[in-house]
Design a protein around this ligand. Sequence first.
Ligand code: PXL
Length: 260
Amino acid sequence: MKNIALTIAGSDSCSGAGIQADLKTFAAHNIYGLSIITSVTSQNSKEVSRIYNLPVSEVEKQFLTLLEDFKIDGIKIGMLGSYKISEVIIEIIKSNAFKHIVLDPVILSSSGHRLLETDGVKLIQKYLFPICSLITPNIQEAEILTGLKITNQSQMVEACRLLAESTGTSILLKGGHLPDSATDLLYDNGNFFFYRDERINHEVHGTGCTFSSAICSELINGKTMNQAVESAKKYISECILNSVNFGSGSRLINHLFNKI
Ligand code: PXL
């Protein structure tokens, strides 16, 4: 093990998504994971019962303390929780040089809970998107971010191009929730890449978090953007195929299937 990744995200008490998913994904890729918790969510496989955003000073302290000691090879950003937390994270990222930053623009949980307020979304769109290596919205997030309705593949292409051109950043638009296509679309350096794969099962909790931290891991391990997305897609498919059914709600991702 020679590389270090940092996840900045919320805690998911059932460990399928959030910080817990990210750390397990880093471990599955032989990467040491550091973590900055932005928010504590109380949830099980059926529901989110409470969301508690940490005080901004505690989020800032975690980041500054890590930076005093570690060389970070890549960052995955997930749930930021609030405008104020987003603001302090952006400030610290801007004053440090990080090679790979993969942002999962978490706005809503799959159960519909708001995980970042509207003013926070506007803030990250303006100041965080342009300094990331890759942004990984799903269809619903891309609709919120672009104001476009996305119901088919050509609208995916249009939204992806719009997001990429307005931010100057690579975009991976995840089509898993579209009824007629489970294609994911990457816009990287002026090129489109389509990943047509088996449909991601909607009842599995934690796919978005896991996918973005797998891409971050692959970039750290030296892959190009296209190769990283392709490998991460294979990994997430295996995680879903090996998912577990411990609660009575959605299944939980099995991040470490390859270590058994
Ligand atoms: O997948 C969105 C997400 C991100 N982060 C945390 C979550 C969830 C969804 O439940 O709990 C902490």
